[in-house]
Design a protein around this ligand. Structure first.
Ligand SMILES: Nc1ncnc2c1ncn2[C@@H]1O[C@H](COP(=O)(O)OP(=O)(O)OP(=O)(O)O)[C@@H](O)[C@H]1O
Length: 325
């Protein structure tokens, strides 16, 4: 288990992380989400031992993980960290970069492991190219293969697919997270992309301005996000007054409703005037303006004309499962 307790850190005077506490059971994949600058990379670097922490403790199983004041080099034999820069060896090939990190194996086993990792990260076509000639996305795939060459118990990844094109991303996500699960590797990964999270993360940790707001199973965080901030990290979300969606409700409180949960009709509900229809492939994302001059996003199978008045509703099931805010 990874156990982080009361972790507090500042680069200068103002704190970047404050009293962060969480635990990750061994073998789980946990996504770390939050707006840009909330402290995700800093948290990963602290756990890895790159930064000295002012307060708190970090343990992996029975090992206390400490900062640079206590050890010459960051990290530990059981952990790996892949930062946003990949730190590859540019003048040797993709394959050699991976091979250099394999544990000592008989040649046959080393060859087999190299093939497995090249295939996993879809690198067979570029295996003989020097890394300096590879694109950013290809280099990121080499870096991912390299951290798996000598499998760690604990893997820290900072935006692992940020340079990888959408064409490959889905398959690579399935490959990577499937591999981590099958090998029992515990992984904490920072990401902005909910598609890295919803199908693969056992749990989600939400950070805001250096504070841990939430840590629960992924489906629970998605279904009961509790805050617009959390919901907006996981999808297109709105905050809608309950008494407008459910006319007999006597409350001024609001609930989170995802864009796909709103249905447009021509009768009752939340009145909006359509501003823009965005083509999204399988549907249109519609931006509408309420009578209070706030914006609401919902989906439609067809584009809606700007200026058209529609009424939005959510199902009772959706309304009842959300906690009012
Ligand atoms: N070396 C540094 N010195 C001073 N401040 C820093 C340093 N690195 C990061 N910060 C600040 O610390 C805060 C947290 O940064 P961090 O990189 O951890 O955020 P993040 O959540 O990973 O952001 P992003 O999603 O954009 O990568 C930010 O305000 C950032 O400007």
């Amino acid at each position: 288990m990874l156990k982080v307790q009361a972790l507090t850190f500042a680069y200068d005077k103002s704190p970047v992380l404050q009293e962060v506490d969480f635990e990750i059971p061994a073998g789980q994949q946990v996504a770390l989400m939050g707006e840009s600058g909330c402290g995700k990379s800093t948290l990963l670097r602290l756990i890895y031992g790159e930064l000295p922490f002012d307060q708190g403790t970090v343990h992996w199983k029975e090992h206390a993980l400490r900062g640079p004041d206590y050890q010459l080099l960051p990290g530990a034999p059981f952990m790996k960290y892949l930062a946003q820069d990949f730190d590859l060896m540019p003048f040797i090939t993709a394959e050699e970069n991976i091979r250099k990190f394999l544990p000592i194996h008989p040649v046959e086993a080393a060859n087999q492991k190299t093939e497995e990792l090249l295939e996993l990260m879809e690198l067979t076509e570029v295996r003989n190219r020097k890394v300096k000639t590879l694109s950013g996305g290809q280099q990121q795939r080499v870096a991912l293969a390299r951290v798996l060459a000598n499998p760690p118990e604990l893997l820290l990844l900072d935006e692992p697919f940020s340079h990888i094109d959408y064409f490959r991303r889905n398959q690579l996500r399935r490959n990577l997270f499937g591999y981590l699960k099958s090998e029992g590797i515990t992984c904490l990964y920072a990401t902005h992309d909910h598609q890295d999270v919803l199908p693969f993360a056992d749990q989600v940790i939400i950070l805001k301005e250096g504070e841990l707001l939430d840590q629960r199973e992924t489906a629970a965080v998605y279904q009961q996000p509790g805050r617009l901030y959390t919901a907006s990290l996981l999808g297109e979300a709105n905050l809608i007054p309950i008494d407008i969606l459910k006319s007999y409700a006597s409350t001024t409180r609001r609930i989170v409703v995802y864009a796909h949960e709103l249905k447009a009709s021509s009768k009752s509900g939340l009145k909006v005037v359509v501003e823009t229809s965005y083509f999204m492939g399988g549907y249109y994302s519609i931006k509408g303006k309420t009578e209070q001059d706030t914006y609401v996003y919902f989906q439609s199978e067809t584009p809606l004309e700007a200026g058209k008045e529609v009424f939005l509703n959510a199902s009772l099931e959706t309304i009842n499962k959300r906690l009012p805010i």
